[in-house]
Write a protein that binds this ligand. Sequence first.
Ligand code: SF4
Length: 353
Amino acid sequence: MDFSTALINWYQQNKRDLPWRNTQNAYHIWLSEIILQQTRVAQGMPYYYKFVNRFANINSFAEASEDEILNLWQGLGYYSRGRNMLKTAIAIKNNFGGVFPTAYSDLVSLIGIGEYTAAAISSFATNEVRAVVDGNVYRVLARFYGIDTPINSTNGKKEFQNLANTLIVIQQPALFNQAIMEFGALVCKPKNPTCNLCPLNINCWAYQQNKISQLPVKLKKLKIKERYLYFFVVNNGSHIIMKRRDNTDIWAGLYDFPSIETPTLQTIGEVFASQQFNLWFNANTEISKISGPVKHLLTHQKIYAHFIEVSQFKTNSIKNNNWISVPINQLENFAQPKLIFAYLKNYLNSIKY
Ligand code: SF4
């Protein structure tokens, strides 16, 4: 039995019953594909239902505010996905008459839809013959065929895409794509693949050569940048000061606290002596609690966060810096990065308001 047929046979007996597999609705498939980027199925599933229930179609999605999208997205990370979805929805409303496109060539023209996602939507929605190559597919192909070209190199991307194009079953492209991705997720896993039960093991290069842990090959990542942030938490009893982050940095469009960033780790005394601190605070400002550093990892950044609870700002600070005084019982309407959300959860449990 050849590689593709064996995969499809395995899939038909072992596939998980996932909601986005029982539809050819391109809007629903798009939602699931974007949500599941960098996200496990169990974590993404409630978000999928949240979006499907809140927005019946791409037109109602396009009418949402960015704040609402980010709020629904809260906790999933990689918030640019949510912002790009809104841009895509608006583009579909304006340029495609509100009808979600299904042709690969149309899909790749949209923001946030790369080659993989376009191939997935076009093949799942209309059986267009487009081979998907995601992390699961790279792993299965690298191991089975013994390919050591780095999967994140230009040559590697081309080589794996070309191979997938030759393997896809022309009569059943959606089924083949689902099968190879599911096989990578459930059998040929990154760690501890179940090779002894694998229907492909007799012909698998990595299994036969005992080189499973060495494939796929990936080029080393960029250096992680370290950042030091000192957040100021001001609570007047019923309100907390928040600020909306601009679009030029991490957490664009989300809400956090006023903060000072320093190039290296500083003592709290050094932060209090800074020009910025004295611009914002009165000399008699009381500091009630300091916590941190809390380490928080992003894709290419490591954040060291301190949280400093203070009694008040200078009166003109809010106006001069576009900060917002948010009623505590409305904080949930202001989407926050995971780090801030986790801090606020503990903080609000510890105070009476
Ligand atoms: S034998 Fe192991 S490494 Fe090879 S395809 Fe099967 S699960 Fe993957």
